[in-house]
Design a protein around this ligand. Structure first.
Ligand SMILES: O=P(O)(O)OC[C@H]1O[C@](O)(COP(=O)(O)O)[C@@H](O)[C@@H]1O
Ligand SMILES: [Mg+2]
Ligand SMILES: [Mg+2]
Length: 338
């Protein structure tokens, strides 16, 4: 047992049920299913090198990306854990072309929740033993319980999220999530297979000295982003900032939330909407960021206010310490007025 008396994730989930007046325990069971699936994926990630789950699967996902074997495996593990427990009526995944209408016996549709997942985030880092993650976003359905789940249940604005979070499979494995009452982080004790509350009430520092962006794409960036990068690198006031880019959104976000910083995946001349997926990556991270006092926009508009129109749409993403995101927006707006 840990020396200090840390609360377990299971205890925390039950305790927090009281936050919701008419709680039925459904969200708690759903979060517990995610907790279980994360442990299974964690086991696979930890032994990836010796378990023949390194490398490409040979298939391409609907985003046109080569699917890694671990993308496919993590997707299967989460879909199975959620479907078998009748805690959701629908699942949408970055790795699945269409949403899944969950039918387990006859009760499936009675659930009021749909889940959207990025089962394995940071896929390009799997084979090189650099930290990767899982991202999840939970909504109450808008269609009638008992009827088949529909596209509109998934195409909801981020402000409607009931809960969101991520798992980071790094030097330690953590789950970080919010149900709209702040952000809490839990560390897995692998010897017991139990998550403990290690990071209560996480807060984004208002500002920081870290900027995270793939500068290899510099020439393709909008002028506003180029100007902001130059601003970060100038020797003035508390600058230059430090450049840190892991290439796993979850890990870059996690570091910036603890130390203060900004992560940017902007549009480029080739992809006018950038790379990151609104439903599986940007909305859940934006909900967490705002719940932790940070800020998240597409350079102009609040991410959580964007009305989704497609399951796999992408948006430019500026996320992190509020003052740094506001400064980056200033550069975007100034450049847009030129
Ligand atoms: O290699 P790039 O173009 O900088 O992209 C890295 C970004 O793409 C992602 O890997 C996209 O996520 P997936 O791995 O889930 O597709 C982010 O985690 C990361 O921040
Ligand atoms: Mg991702
Ligand atoms: Mg992914």
């Amino acid at each position: 047992m840990p020396e200090q008396n840390f609360q377990t994730l299971g205890e925390f989930i039950i305790d927090k049920q009281e936050d919701f007046q008419y709680s039925t325990g459904e969200l708690s069971r759903l979060l517990s299913a995610i907790r279980l699936a994360s442990k299974v994926v964690n086991r696979e990630v930890n032994k990836a090198g010796i378990a023949n789950i390194i490398g490409q699967s040979g298939n391409e996902n609907i985003q046109g990306e080569e699917q890694q074997k671990l993308d496919v495996l993590a997707n299967e593990i989460f879909i199975e854990a959620l479907s078998q427990r009748e805690v959701v009526c629908g699942i949408a995944s970055e790795e699945s072309d269409d949403f899944i209408d969950v039918r387990c016996g006859s009760n499936a549709h009675l659930s009021k929740y749909v889940v959207l997942i990025d089962p394995l985030d940071g896929s390009s880092n799997i084979d090189v033993n650099v930290s990767v993650g899982t991202i999840f976003s939970i909504y109450r359905r808008v269609t009638e319980p008992g009827t088949p789940v529909a596209l509109e249940d998934f195409l909801q604005k981020g402000v409607n999220q009931a809960a969101a979070g991520y798992v980071v499979y790094g030097s330690s494995t953590m789950i970080v999530y919010t149900t709209g009452n702040g952000v809490n982080g839990f560390t897995l004790d692998p010897s017991l297979g139990t998550y403990y509350l290690s990071h209560p009430n996480m807060k984004f520092p208002e500002t920081g000295k870290i900027y995270s962006i793939n500068e290899g794409n510099y020439i393709k960036f909008p002028q506003g982003v180029k100007n902001y990068i130059k601003y970060c690198q100038r020797e003035e006031e508390d600058r230059p900032y430090t450049s840190r880019y892991i290439g796993s959104l979850v890990s870059d976000f996690h570091r910036n939330m603890i130390k203060g910083g900004i992560y940017i995946y902007p549009s480029t001349s080739q992809s006018p909407n950038g790379k990151l997926r609104l439903l599986y990556e940007c909305n859940p991270m934006a909900f967490l960021a705002e719940q932790a006092g940070g800020k998240c926009t597409d350079g102009f508009q609040r991410i959580l206010e964007i009305q989704p129109t497609e399951l796999h749409q992408r948006v430019p993403f500026f996320c992190g310490s509020s003052k740094m995101v506001m400064k980056a927006e200033e550069f975007m707006q100034n450049a847009a007025q030129q």
